[in-house]
Design a protein around this ligand. Structure first.
Ligand code: 8YV
Length: 322
């Protein structure tokens, strides 16, 4: 997919790289493009070299707004490192004739794997059980307390896109009764139940797994009512974006036991999450690491570079968003 270095390299940096990248991405970006590396856009804003930038390799969740795009007058593409592009104002990019690309598909397996891993880990308290062994309680106190079975339970997936579907396919093998919510019914096995209402579905399942994309359209979609409907025996699992849940309502419900438990990889104010989470013993907390394997992060970096290379070569983008 990548063009030859000769085709793409220019004398001035044309690719601005924003965010933290591992060595393999740094080397590969430098090999193919003439890059300028910045920690923030302020480092280049207003300088003459800002005019040379045609592509932005973007990694992060802090936000790329219209005013940020305005600092790069000749920007043509924002290549996002990630499937979710909720931190980029795509409408503003489109208005400025800037293309946005993302990294779908290559991370689906990992995100689905982690969702299933979190469900099992929280159901069987695998982390706590490990601490039981390490602390010597097994020998001193006795057997670890019994937990609830996961296989055969009822599972509701909120958002049956690529990732939601991959989670559902995995959990169907655990003999789970499968429910999903989406605007319209999807092409699924006939025994999966579609719900137009998340609240209705939440009242009928043991596990509610959020696999929505982030952004304005999905903000707060998992409401206090849905959390209440999931109930004291229910578990909420979120591998999408913290913004999709009414986080304050979830914290209240976890504190007062009206929601049984949660397993969360994402938070509204991550990485500085609400300290109330840390005081809870009915949550499994993960550091937004669902796509965090070497294989997947390498594939995401490659796809990001492929999109930039396609753009600079005037070819169709590999995974365009707008
Ligand atoms: C992050 C993600 O991109 O793909 C997404 O939408 O949330 C993650 O894979 C990853 O943390 C790199 O920033």
């Amino acid at each position: 997919m990548l063009q030859s270095t000769k085709d793409i390299r220019m004398s001035q940096p044309s690719v601005l790289v924003l965010g933290e990248y591992p060595d393999w991405d740094r080397t590969a970006l430098e090999e193919v493009f003439v890059c300028r590396w910045v920690a923030t856009l302020d480092e280049i804003a207003g300088k003459p070299e800002a005019n040379d930038i045609r592509a932005l390799a973007y990694k992060g969740h802090s936000g790329l707004r219209d005013a940020d795009m305005a600092t790069l007058p000749n920007l043509g593409v924002i290549a996002n490192f990630g499937v979710g592009y909720d931190s980029i104002d795509v409408e503003a990019a489109t208005a400025r004739d800037i293309k946005v690309t993302n990294t779908p598909d290559v991370l689906t397996d990992d995100v689905a794997d982690l969702a299933v891993g979190m469900l099992l880990a929280r159901s069987r308290k695998i982390v706590e059980a490990s601490d039981w062994v390490r602390s010597g309680k097994w020998g001193r106190v006795g057997d670890f307390p019994l937990q609830r079975k996961a296989s055969g339970k009822r599972c509701g997936i909120v958002g049956l896109g690529r990732i939601g579907r991959a989670i559902a396919d995995r959990l169907a093998v655990f003999d789970m009764e499968m429910h999903y919510s989406s605007r319209a019914p999807k092409d699924t096995p006939t025994d999966w139940t579609h719900h137009a209402s998340i609240e209705e579905m939440a009242g009928m399942v043991d596990f509610l797994i959020i696999a929505l994309s982030g952004g304005k359209e999905t903000a707060g979609m998992v409401t206090a009512d849905a959390i209440r409907a999931l109930g004291p025996d229910g578990m909420l699992i979120n591998i999408s974006r913290g913004s999709t849940v009414d986080e304050a309502a979830m914290l209240d419900a976890l504190e007062n036991g009206t929601l049984g438990s949660a397993a969360l990889d994402v938070f509204a104010s991550e990485p500085h999450l609400d300290p109330r989470f840390l005081a809870l013993d009915n949550v499994l907390l993960q550091p937004h690491q669902a796509s965090g394997t070497i294989e997947t992060r390498q594939a995401m970096g490659q796809l990001q570079r492929d999109n930039i290379a396609a753009f600079l070569a005037g070819k169709p983008l590999v995974t365009p968003v707008n």
